[in-house]
Design a protein around this ligand. Structure first.
Ligand code: ZN
Ligand code: ZN
Ligand code: ZN
Length: 224
């Protein structure tokens, strides 16, 4: 996967890309200035598709960088506009979509570096990123699993029972400590703070409006 650059009045291709990638992201970039902020939008945001004159989107002062995964845009920005602040559109709230993309599958993140660059970019998401770092801390994870096993505490799915040997040792861990009680000196306590859950239940836990649901709350919602 990679990003696509729309430049030189290529509005038609740009609009087509957005139609075909409604879940994607667009980075709005000044063509000349290397230091003016770049603005991230969701691909379906009204701000970046309002009809202006021909070539207005990709032909004058701005170019559009498009990608299905926001990491690609961060990579682009780090390479070509390292001095530009990243802002995100307050209308389409791309930070929320980004969070959803990676919160649901925190184990898919490739590296710590990635997490750090996101933490920097998504101010509002910082605390949540922190929590996911705890969820990904390998040692704490192992100790949590040693205590609770690898069966989902919400739906009781066991990956070996369901998928056979390929499921051996697979489980997500969820961090249950309230965000407000986490400060700089905080050390993860695997027994008190971490709980094994399957990726589906993990995703549902994080759909809680203000903060994640508790294990008990989600268990109560579970149909049979
Ligand atoms: Zn927007
Ligand atoms: Zn589950
Ligand atoms: Zn979690």
């Amino acid at each position: 996967m990679s990003y696509q650059v729309f430049d030189n009045g290529d509005d038609e291709k740009y609009f087509r890309w957005m139609e075909q990638h409604l879940d994607g992201f667009i980075l709005n970039v000044e063509r000349v200035s290397k230091s003016l902020p770049v603005v991230l939008h969701c691909s379906n945001c009204g701000h970046i598709r309002r009809g202006l004159a021909e070539g207005a989107f990709t032909g004058r002062d701005q170019i559009k960088i498009a990608a299905f995964v926001v990491d690609e845009l961060i990579r682009w920005r780090n390479k070509y506009r390292p001095d530009a602040t990243v802002k995100y559109c307050s209308d389409c709230k791309p930070a929320k979509s980004v969070l959803e993309q990676f919160l649901f599958y925190p184990d898919e993140l490739d590296s710590q570096v990635e997490l750090d660059s996101r933490a920097e970019l998504w101010e509002g998401a910082k605390v949540q990123v922190l929590v996911n770092q705890y969820e990904r801390n390998a040692q704490a994870r192992q100790r949590g699993i040693a205590q609770y096993g690898t069966r989902c505490l919400v739906c009781e799915l066991d990956f070996v029972e369901r998928y056979g040997p390929i499921g051996e040792g697979f489980i997500h861990v969820h961090h249950i400590k309230p965000l407000a009680s986490i400060n700089a000196g905080y050390q993860v306590d695997p027994i008190n703070d971490l709980r094994p859950v399957c990726p589906n239940c993990h995703a549902m836990l994080h759909r809680g409006k203000e903060q994640p649901l508790t294990i008990e709350e989600l268990r109560a919602l579970l149909k049979r």
